[in-house]
Design a protein around this ligand. Structure first.
Ligand code: CMC
Length: 428
């Protein structure tokens, strides 16, 4: 017999609601018939207790600090896999065989070029445009370049869009950066693997070869794995909401990029570095912690807290360890790391942060590594977007393969004026 839960309202009317179980995680109350049977909506600003879809891609247990991609623990993927293999896993649901991986890598590699006209599009931006603005606009514009393959009901066309997005995102991201510093765009070098190719497109100048430290490519690959997906976060939910209208994949992912940009989400990595630079010295850390606790200051510790993790963010644990290693191996010393360590130490023993279960999140240390890799601060969220593209497009495809997908259309608690009659302007 299927499980139910009984809800009783203040007038003592009871209703049996079915429970929906996943493979792991809490049961959900299926409220699909609630309004029809009771005349009530549910009210859940921020969707803190609402599952908007079924998904088999990523699982998080926020209390225990667990993150699984398709069932595989993030710690194992971080140690043993590569970003491109993780992208395949997210998209296809299984780790690839050598043949499957070869074919996937080949497909991605052969879609890395951007249309020449896209260069003119990028040249239309002001030289000081934020690269997230350029990325968002350029990715939305891809639907104008590939309008002959935008049939969202054709699985082959959906897969092609996924390959194109994963392949072109680094090319467009690097072009946005180079435009901002007045360097000529670099074509992708397809003899290189995904992350190394991206670093070449970022930093190679026409006049001399790039001496790339393999530690940099390894570190970036690991950061990309950690950022590749995170179930129904704000940007992925945005991709799904836009996707639910039947919008094309490029428009849907461009909306995800816009959502990611906000400082409460992916923009936090840029905000963390700015915050650490503003704190300026370990001796100012206590003042910063006090400010973050003062609601009236409007200041939060960026890179701290998470809607789901009420324990350490497992990605932050991995990045924290990696930060020391990468800085050592690259021979970089960064005073911002000392400030970050001191800030973490001070916050973790402060009652305010302990009571609210606020721990460092994925964005707290990632900026220090990006900085050591010479990636400028305003490109940090772009790095996140490159990696999250694998997750966004996997969710977009899953949504189109699901049999219970409907247009996303939340309701509201109306708090405006009740019905009233129009008054002519001469009588107001
Ligand atoms: N610094 C100081 N206080 C905080 C912080 C923080 N970073 N985060 C939450 N709080 C307090 C908040 O003021 C509230 O206190 P009270 O109960 O007294 O009103 C309590 O903790 C709960 O916060 P909330 O805003 O209700 O929590 P939320 O789940 O709505 O927000 C969050 C989650 C990540 C947006 C928030 O913790 C935050 O703004 N953090 C800083 C930005 C950040 O690092 N974002 C990256 C998130 S992880 C990666 C990603 O998603 O891209």
């Amino acid at each position: 017999m299927s499980k139910t839960v009984t809800l009783t309202d203040s007038a003592n009317h009871s209703m049996q609601m079915p429970l929906v179980d996943g493979t792991i995680g809490p049961s959900c109350i299926d409220i699909g018939n609630l309004y029809k049977e009771t005349g009530h909506f549910t009210y859940d600003p921020g969707f803190a207790a609402t599952a908007a879809c079924k998904s088999a891609i990523t699982f998080i247990d926020g209390e225990k600090g667990v993150l699984l991609y398709r069932g595989y623990p993030i710690e194992q993927l971080a140690e043993k896999s590569s970003f491109l293999e993780v992208a395949y896993l997210l998209l296809e649901g299984e780790l690839p065989t050598p043949e499957q991986f070869g074919a996937f890598e080949d497909a991605v590699t052969h879609h890395t070029m951007m249309h020449e006209s896209l260069k003119s599009f990028l040249h239309g931006f002001r030289h000081d445009a934020h690269p997230m603005a350029m990325l968002c606009g350029s990715i939305a514009s891809l639907s104008a370049f590939y309008h002959d393959t935008l049939n969202i009901n054709d699985p082959a066309q959906r897969k092609l869009a996924a390959i194109r997005l994963i392949a072109k995102m680094p090319t467009i991201a690097a072009a946005a950066y180079r435009y901002s510093i007045g360097w000529p765009f670099r074509y992708p070098r397809n003899n290189l693997e995904y992350v190394t190719r991206f670093l070449h497109m970022m930093f190679e100048v026409p006049s001399e070869p790039l001496a790339l430290n393999p530690v940099a490519a390894k570190a970036l690959d690991l950061l990309f794995i950690l950022h590749a997906d995170h179930e129904q976060n704000a940007s992925t939910s945005t991709v799904r909401l836009v996707g639910s209208t039947g919008a094309n994949p490029y428009a849907s992912v461009a909306a995800g990029i816009a959502a990611l940009w906000g400082p409460a989400h992916g923009g936090a990595n840029e905000a963390v570095l700015k915050m650490l630079a503003e704190i300026g010295d370990v001796k100012n850390v206590d003042k910063a912690v006090a400010r973050a606790k003062d609601r009236n200051s409007g200041f939060r510790l960026m890179g701290f807290g998470h809607r789901v993790y009420k324990n350490f963010d497992p990605r932050a644990k991995i990045i924290r360890e990696m930060t020391h290693k990468v800085l050592n191996e690259l021979g970089v010393s960064d005073p911002l790391l000392d400030i970050a360590l001191k800030l973490e130490e001070a916050a973790l023993k402060d009652d305010y942060f302990v009571e609210r279960k606020l721990y460092p999140n994925v964005d707290f240390y990632s900026g220090i590594i990006y900085k050591a890799l010479r990636i400028p601060t305003d490109m940090f969220t772009v790095m996140f977007a490159i990696a999250r593209t694998a997750g966004w497009i996997s969710h977009w495809i899953e949504q189109h393969e699901s049999d219970d997908a409907r247009i996303g259309r939340p309701r509201q608690v109306y708090t405006g004026a009740v019905k009233r009659d129009y008054v002519g302007i001469e009588r107001r």
